[in-house]
Ligand binder design. Structure first.
Ligand SMILES: *Cc1c(COP(=O)(O)O)cnc(C)c1O
Length: 494
């Protein structure tokens, strides 16, 4: 009997045997298995994978600078009933009914967004509907640069983000370079610091509509005042993308971009430790006084809100908006400020610890939550370092360093402390991390000496040579035994 005929014959038997009322309750029960069983019962195949990921997170040393472990309340909001609701439009102006509570949630998120960054609602407005950092940035350019408008951002190999207009000599990679005209600025290859003087000169030639102050791999505080002067000289908007540092800004441990910017975006899942989402802030009120002495007002509010919806998005993710609200409540607590202070202390300790062991740190150190290790003096590629560290359960990513010749074969790797600091790492634990990294890199050098320069040969030797395999797995066990002592927030096994 095929599955189909068996199903029919079963329902026929059921039909004959039971009354209508019984049948109805039976069918409700049938659907409720689908609707109300736990995922570990309804889909063990998938759930096994999720559990394995949880174990990986528990055992490994998470040093990817953009990652964090979000809180239980954030996870609870994400899996709440708010997920079910359509609410296109803004609070009080929705295209659907039944949004009275959704409006309350979004208004609360907006209010807390302004509070968390000490903003006056007369001067700043906010949109909390953006789905993530990249769409938020595209929404900003759509609002204020217009098609083919000119933008200038820090080049990707120098520490900028893809969405700051990245393209190569032969290809427009990010849609932000395809639909807008972008020209990058760079860091000084010697010092690793942003070359503001060249940016100022090029801005006068390129005359951009928007200059972006924001980084994904840069360990120093940005000079927002200088950015403002450069923008004022050419009449550009200053758009700060604080995705990486938002948590530090909220806690007041790094300079705030709001003092000088016209628009600010942030992701909410990096140092801010909220859900995967983004926020766009825009300036309101008087923008400037013209030659006739008249006030020129900002007109960003409707442009940005319309670029988000209906321009580039449909229904907001209300579960994420609630999670933003609760993450921003946390961001105003003394415990969060203490956490961010520790993030920076840990990053500085990590930098100095590695320096003491002979590693070079780009710019000579860090002011924030991340650092860039420059491996050129130890003669190891970023890719080999990343590979061996991954093998010993240390997660980080290879990265170009200032002055790198090839973007395809970067000479360094990026490290960040937000995630391990959430797990409770303090200075003495960082010393242990330094030791693990140093031993991993020394092992990589040993393998590299035997394999030669090619990554494929290096990987093969690491995977096949029994002596190297043994050393890798012993070190991996040490790292994992160390990590499991530190708790992870969230649900116990998923
Ligand atoms: C991570 C990041 C983004 C993009 O965020 P996604 O949520 O990954 O799209 C944008 N700008 C900067 C500076 C970032 O670091």
């Amino acid at each position: 009997m095929s599955l189909f005929t068996r199903a029919i014959s079963t329902s026929y038997h059921v039909f004959k045997k039971y009354s209508t009322a019984q049948l109805l309750s039976h069918s409700l029960k049938m659907t409720s298995t689908l609707l109300n069983s736990n995922v570990w019962e309804s889909d063990p195949e998938l759930f096994e994978i999720v559990k394995k990921e949880k174990q990986r997170q528990l055992k490994s040393l998470e040093l990817i600078a953009s990652e964090n472990f979000t809180s239980l309340p954030v996870l609870q909001c994400l899996s709440s009933c708010l997920h079910n609701k359509y609410s296109e439009g803004l609070p009080g102006q929705r295209y659907y009914g039944g949004n009275e509570y959704i409006d309350e949630v979004e208004l609360l998120a907006q209010k807390r967004a302004l509070e968390a960054f000490n903003l006056n609602p007369e001067e700043w407005g906010v949109n909390v509907q953006s789905l993530s950092g990249s769409p938020a940035n595209f929404q900003v350019y759509t609002a204020i640069a217009e098609p083919h408008g000119r933008i200038m951002g820090l080049d990707l190999p120098d520490g900028g983000h893809l969405t700051h207009g990245f393209m190569t000599a032969t290809k427009k990679i990010s849609a932000t370079s395809l639909f807008f005209e972008s020209m990058p600025y760079k860091v000084d290859p010697e010092t690793g610091y942003i070359d503001y003087d060249t940016l100022a000169k090029n801005a006068k030639l390129f005359r951009p509509k928007v200059i972006i102050a924001g980084v994904s791999c840069y360990s120093r505080a940005l000079d927002y005042k200088r950015f403002r002067q450069i923008c004022d000289d050419v009449g550009a908007y200053l758009f700060s993308d604080m995705a990486h540092i938002a948590g530090l800004v909220a806690a007041g441990v790094t300079p705030s971009p709001f003092v000088y910017s016209d628009v600010v975006t942030t992701t909410t899942h990096k140092s801010l430790r909220g859900p995967r989402a983004a926020i766009i802030f825009f300036k309101k009120g008087v923008r400037s006084i013209n030659a006739k002495g008249e006030k020129v007002m900002y007109d960003l509010e409707s442009k940005i809100n319309q670029a988000v919806f209906p321009g580039l998005q449909g229904g907001p993710h209300n579960n994420a908006i609630a999670a933003i609200a609760t993450a921003l409540k946390q961001a105003q607590s003394p415990e969060f400020i203490q956490y961010q202070k520790q993030v920076v202390v840990n990053a500085k300790r990590l930098a100095s610890g590695l320096q003491e062991r002979g590693y070079k740190i780009a710019t000579g150190g860090t002011d924030v939550h991340m650092l860039l290790v420059d491996l050129r003096n130890v003669k190891l590629s970023g890719a080999k370092a990343e590979k061996i560290l991954e093998d010993i359960s240390i997660a980080c990513n290879k990265n170009t360093v200032p002055g790198d010749k090839s973007a395809l074969n970067p000479s360094g790797f990026r490290l960040g402390t937000p995630a391990i600091t959430t797990r409770g790492f303090v200075e003495k634990d960082i010393d242990k991390v330094v030791d693990f990294i140093d031993r991993g890199l020394k092992l990589a050098l040993e393998i590299s000496a035997k394999s030669g320069p090619k990554l494929v040969d290096f990987n093969r030797l690491a995977e096949e040579d029994s002596s190297f395999k043994g050393k890798i797995s012993a070190l991996r066990k040490e790292v994992e035994d160390f990590c499991v002592q530190f708790p992870l927030p969230g649900v116990a096994d998923y």
